[in-house]
Design a protein around this ligand. Sequence first.
Ligand code: G3P
Ligand code: MG
Length: 230
Amino acid sequence: MLQLPRVIGHRGAAAYSPENTLESFREARRRGATWVETDIKLTADGVPIVMHDESLKRTTGVDRLVAETPRAELPRGVPTFEEAIVCFGEEGLGCNVEIKPCPGREAETGRVVVETLRRCWPAQLPAPLLSSFKDESLAAAHRAAPEFARALLIGTIGDDWRARAEAVAAGGINTNGEKLTAVRAVEIRKAGYTLSVYTIDDGDVAKALIGMGVDCVITDAPDVILAALR
Ligand code: G3P
Ligand code: MG
């Protein structure tokens, strides 16, 4: 079984600080999180950066696609994956690295993420967990670096979840906590997979999900969820 914390800060501590920034990761740590989740995609020139959307517009105001922007032209405040990893080392933070490829770059992004982890991940930190909605990204990560644990991200769990997880040798399922049914939770845990849910910011909902067998809650407000589960 994967070793996961009970609570992971989503995009850092997105309820309190601009998502997926170094400041947000530090804020998550200040609010008690020991791990954060972050989204990684490639710039036009193939540099892995921390960014959720395909466009820079929502978070930076710059109306341009990440896939068409070289690293040197990124707006200030958007960290590279390597800069984020340095921050995790300084803060002692574990990480759920979500591989969030730009369209058409699924396998390449999976490969670059694990190559970067091999080169840069600090030995003193807990081993990272890879996740992705893209089976192809996880398959490429598995081929290039099988030592990094993988979880398949699924919005709504269907009957094919196990076949998909086996195809990428995943040890966990990360899913939308609001759509998770008790039946699926039991099925996944009984099959020996870890089960994580996103994005849960309500303490009572988190408690109910843990009661259903969920291992880990991914949240924008790690302090709120940690207090509720204490
Ligand atoms: O990894 C959990 C969650 O981040 C998946 O959805 O869209 O917030 O990246 P999204
Ligand atoms: Mg994400």
